[in-house]
Design a protein. Structure first.
Length: 158
């Protein structure tokens, strides 16, 4: 199985999280690809039928609950060029700050809603990290990702 981590970020925090997962989870999934969302569109989910891919959206929230600038084209393409994504299995890491409670982790939640609306299958729950908690997103996300990958692999073989 291949894990494709798609990163939406403004300040590189989501990229650091994705790289930490790539390094720490190589014993669970040996093929992990981290890709910034820059210039991507819905075609990123067009895996070959024989390729067993799992996707992880790792994104921050920007402005008034928006997706980061580098993720905008991908996010908007899922609305402008919709297609059925029933073959897509995915998870979401949403980075936010509870100081902005009304828009907390909306970047990841927006991707989750759009993917579900296109028929994609989320594995587990959306995981949210609070930047104001004083914990390192890389450390907590890596622990979550290990559990999530174990769950995803078990459900893939069931």
């Amino acid at each position: 199985m291949k894990l494709k981590i798609l990163v939406g970020t403004m300040t590189s925090t989501a990229d650091y999280v994705a790289q930490a997962i790539q390094m720490d989870c190589a014993d669970i999934v040996s093929d992990i690809e981290v890709t910034l969302m820059d210039g991507l569109d819905i075609g990123v989910f067009d895996a070959a039928p024989d390729q067993d891919a799992l996707y992880l959206i790792c994104t921050s929230t920007y402005g008034s609950g928006d997706v980061p600038d580098n993720a905008r084209a991908l996010y908007e393409s899922m609305d402008a060029q919709p297609k059925y994504l029933g073959h897509v299995r995915y998870g979401v890491i949403a980075l936010g700050d509870r100081t902005y409670l009304q828009t907390y982790c909306f970047g990841g939640q927006k991707f989750d809603e759009r993917l579900q609306g296109l028929g994609a299958q989320r594995v587990g729950e959306v995981w949210c990290h609070d930047a104001s908690s004083g914990t390192l997103a890389e450390v907590e996300a890596t622990a979550w990702a290990r559990d999530w990958l174990t769950q995803a692999l078990a459900s893939a073989t069931a």
